[in-house]
Design a protein around this ligand. Structure first.
Ligand SMILES: Nc1ncnc2c1ncn2[C@@H]1O[C@H](COP(=O)(O)OP(=O)(O)OP(=O)(O)O)[C@@H](O)[C@H]1O
Ligand SMILES: [Mg+2]
Length: 462
């Protein structure tokens, strides 16, 4: 199918102008013309051109007046003014009234084309930016903790109580139960909300780098330390630091952590100066910390210090009453994000989903709803549920499109093939282990750390 050409309307009382433009640009654009302002305005309403080339000096309605009328219309139309000599004052005025550019007469068609391209490109970027803004707004609007089952109500009450205090909060719960949302809520509901919220995933950063990442380093502290660098604690000054997967913090770092928790001061790696910070600490983990205590992989004093307030987020299967509410929430969210008309789920599907065990908790539900909305197909639910329950099937592969092969570069092609195969295997392993990433890593015979890295890289389950 031929791609629809961009429509350009030329409004000029001089027929030569429209003729030159349609001869010169007709191959690339659909050129329409009007002989005066009135006819031009009518054509805009009827044909919705993307761009108008508008003469400033015309008998009847003047160009500036036409411009004003175009700009007051509901539709967005870019306007380029065409001006003769000695009309500088009008040019300035027309830019003030919303014209995108102006071109002096007599013009060269090539020059006009460059102006047109530049205006259309700017318009495209503006449009993209607007879309991103709406998307962001829609997303943040849906960034809240949903659930009115008794334990969720209680959790919300505790969040509100402790948000504005300096107490260290430990958030516990299985993967996908909303620990990060809670951490962000604690920040937004505190009087630190205008300060930074800094997240550090202790499991995803290699052990030997974690200290430098958290506390910063001085130039020359180790090979590669070419300059001084502040750590995340300093960056989080006056805000909140969220230490995710705290159970994975290496033992040797835990004593330094304890010092920070007690005195709010530390030294950069290789530094001699004590740095003081004013940072709220929130931690999260999905590990069995009691077991970690027994195994001595976590210091007892640190554990008790972190434990000033503990929020235990229940798995979704323990609060099934919230399921319909959450389903509704995610449907609303994704229909809004993808700008599609809303369709409720059938009662049969809701029932099926309410009886499902959700090993990956709310994240898994969110992913499923996203797929339903994207594919506009509710019937996939049955297969998805069956396959997750049977613990054998990956999520539908179409959720992870395999990159189109790019050219014949052997290295790149092999790289792409390996990546897509890895993605599939990781997804299968995660589903088989109910999203227990430690077990999945064992199954795949890779380290836990590299599994976390790959999950992030391939955006699995995001
Ligand atoms: N109660 C809830 N209401 C609304 N959305 C939720 C809720 N719980 C979780 N979500 C959504 O589910 C997804 C996973 O939540 P989150 O990242 O907070 O989980 P998590 O507990 O940090 O998991 P992990 O241990 O795997 O990091 C997010 O997109 C989040 O918005
Ligand atoms: Mg998390």
């Amino acid at each position: 199918m031929e791609e629809e050409k961009v429509k350009i309307l030329v409004i000029d009382d001089d027929p030569k102008v429209s003729w030159i433009l349609s001869e010169g640009l007709g191959d690339s654009y659909h050129i329409l013309s009007a002989k005066d302002g009135l006819e031009g305005l009518q054509m805009i309403t009827k044909t919705h051109p993307n761009l108008v080339l508008l003469d400033i000096k015309m008998p009847g309605m003047e160009g500036l007046e036409v411009l004003e009328k175009i700009k007051s219309m509901d539709q967005v139309t870019e306007v380029i003014m065409l001006s003769g000599h000695g009309e500088t004052k009008n040019v300035v005025e027309s830019i003030k009234r919303g014209a995108s550019e102006f071109i002096n007469k007599p013009f060269d068609v090539k020059e006009v084309e460059i102006h047109i391209q530049s205006v259309l490109e700017k318009n495209r970027l503006k449009h993209e930016l607007d879309q991103l803004k709406t998307e962001l707004k829609t997303k943040s609007q849906y960034d809240k903790l949903i659930g009115d089952s008794p334990n969720m109500v209680q959790i919300k009450a505790v969040i509100e109580q402790v948000a504005d205090s300096e107490l260290t909060v430990l958030i516990r719960g299985e993967s996908g139960t909303g620990k990060e949302i809670v951490a962000r809520m604690l920040h937004t509901l505190s009087n630190r909300r205008n300060g930074p919220f800094v997240k550090v995933n202790c499991a995803a950063i290699p052990h030997e780098l974690l200290e430098a990442e958290l506390f910063g380093y001085e130039k020359g502290a180790f090979t590669g330390a070419h300059k001084n660098k502040p750590g995340r604690f300093e960056i989080a000054n006056k805000g909140t630091i969220f230490l995710d997967e705290i159970g994975d913090m290496p033992l040797e770092l835990q004593s330094k952590m304890l010092q920070v928790l007690e005195q709010y001061e530390f030294m950069r790696v290789g530094g001699i100066k004590t740095i003081k910070v004013d940072t709220r600490i929130v931690c999260a983990t999905n590990r069995d910390l009691e077991k970690a205590l027994k195994d001595r992989t976590i210091r007892e004093d640190l554990f008790y210090r972190l434990n000033e307030v503990t929020l235990n987020l229940p798995p979704l299967r323990d609060r099934r009453d919230d399921i319909p509410l959450l389903l509704e929430h995610f449907l609303q969210k994704y229909y809004a994000i993808y700008n599609k008309p809303y369709h409720p789920l059938s009662s049969g599907t809701i029932e099926l989903l309410q009886s499902f065990d959700w090993p990956g908790n709310v994240r898994q539900m969110e992913n499923l709803i996203k797929q339903i909305v994207v594919r506009e197909d509710e019937s996939m639910v049955k297969d998805a549920v069956r396959s997750i329950t049977a613990e054998i099937m990956p999520l539908p592969l179409s959720a992870y499109p395999i990159a189109e092969p790019t050219g014949f570069s052997l290295k790149r092609r092999v790289g792409e093939t390996v990546a897509s195969e890895e993605k599939v295997m990781i997804t299968q392993a995660l589903n088989k282990t109910n999203w227990n990433r430690r077990k999945a890593a064992q199954l795949l015979e890779i380290s836990y750390r590299s599994l976390l890295y790959k999950i992030k890289e391939y955006e699995i389950g995001q």
